[in-house]
Design a protein around this ligand. Structure first.
Ligand code: FES
Length: 148
């Protein structure tokens, strides 16, 4: 093998390697394992008659993710004629926020994050609003959609 042939092979190997690594990175970003495997599980959290006519109601519930039993909560909100559900997970670093009825705000105990009744950030470091959870009414029950 002469020098020219050696360099030609070396360049081919290099670009083949770059193409393979780029393809793998693209696959990882296009189909992250967490998204591929997770599905939405609808969990009954409240009787339809207990849906708040105005304001915020905290609901506590549990569900199974694999073998793990997870207990958590969510907020059912009726505001300006709209019904929606908010996740309690702060968008900053994931602490659980609490509803403060007198202030009319969700408060994060960790770094002072504050959200309005619609989950919009009004103070502190959170970069995004609280996540709205999928919700459905069926046979007198309110269900929340949780990614499992
Ligand atoms: S985790 Fe909520 S403000 Fe930091």
């Amino acid at each position: 093998m002469d020098r020219r042939e050696f360099l030609s092979r070396l360049i081919k190997i290099f670009f083949t390697g770059v193409a393979v690594v780029s393809g793998l990175i693209a696959l990882i970003f296009a189909y992250p394992a967490r998204i591929r495997k997770r599905k939405t599980l609808f969990i009954p959290v409240l009787d339809e008659l207990d849906i708040p006519r105005r304001g915020v109601k905290t609901v506590n519930f549990s569900y199974k993710r694999g073998e793990q039993l997870i207990s958590t909560r969510a907020f059912i909100v009726q505001h300006k004629g709209r019904l929606f559900a908010l996740s309690p997970v702060c968008s900053h670093l994931g602490c659980l926020v609490n509803w403060h009825r007198k202030k009319g705000q969700f408060l994060c105990p960790c770094h002072g994050g504050k959200y309005d009744i619609e989950g919009n950030v009004i103070a502190g470091p959170p970069p995004r609003p609280l996540t709205r959870l999928p919700m459905k009414l069926d046979k007198g029950k309110l269900y929340l959609g949780i990614k499992v």
